[in-house]
Design a protein around this ligand. Sequence first.
Ligand SMILES: [Zn+2]
Length: 374
Amino acid sequence: MIVILILLIQIKLIFTKDPAYIRDYFHLISTTEKPLPLRKYYGMHHSSIDFYPGTMNVILSVPHDGDLRSNLPSRPKGACRKLNSSNRKCYYQNPCLSPQFQMDIKHCKISRGRDVNTRLLALALRYEFKALFHFTPYVIINRLERIKVDMNRFIDQGTFYRKDNMHAWMRYHFYLRHARELIVKNKNNYGGKGLLLDLHSHDHHERWVELGYLLPSRQLSRKGYNLKHSSFASYLTSLFEPIDLVSGNKSLGYFITKYNYSATPSPIFPSPPEQSYYEWGYIIEEYGRYGNFSAIMIESPARNMMNLTKLYKYAKSLAFALHEYLIAIEVFEVLATSENLEQSQITKQCNLSRQISAQRNLFLLLFFSVMSFI
Ligand SMILES: [Zn+2]
């Protein structure tokens, strides 16, 4: 009996283990290129950001898959709320600055969980894009744990106004903005077209790929799309009908469905389930609808990425879908070939420390002014 049990366990292990060629693939995509050497902060042995320069007008952002330890203070499980008050506003203080306020985990919960394998997904997409387009997207990965800093929230919620956490938050956004400027102002990119894809994972039971365009789910279920406040650049809405862009045959959901994954909004699932759909993210709000630059949040089901075999199939399909999508909506532009991409082009305009310290002082000033009114 015991022998049979051991045999069954071994058979299960054989079938659940990722094949060697898939392990080799992820080893290759993680090691074949090195990110730019950036300064290290916060007691870490590695820079808090992996920045891979691109040769096409797409940015992949990965804010929630960090695991590197640092000496930054942690964000609490909840923000503060005024006691016995109907005011539902959350105050991002740690600890709460007045006895009238108390941490409220129920109404002011702070998300601190890590996304599943979105870092590897971004690197796989970069690799696959190179095969499909012959050009690579910018990839910007946050390596800090989300319990320390959340790059996809406003700075108050993302950092609780701790000095070094604010510095880390601003560094990430500095590099996203910097990549966007390099794309928009590139002399080969007529019209400054571009797209940022913000990569996340979720564990909603429908297991659909959820695509966020800053469109509320109620608007999606009515199908009366108003793209004025969406994360699409306005020129796209002049080229295509809103219904085609959001849930028709020019939508990303259409192309993802074509490669055998369910997505929403899409022709098959135009309306997401109202209770479990991520329509908003700070990053798409901040970086989309900027001139001719758009942004989309891609929330992939964690189940698609739980092991390397599933991730491999999903990444390949998503790369094919994105390849067809970028061509169908006429966004793809070449910025530079790998040979003429100069390191100086990436680093010249950074002048990082001066800008960060100026922004930090401004935020601190604002913070103390607001606190003095409470
Ligand atoms: Zn996320």
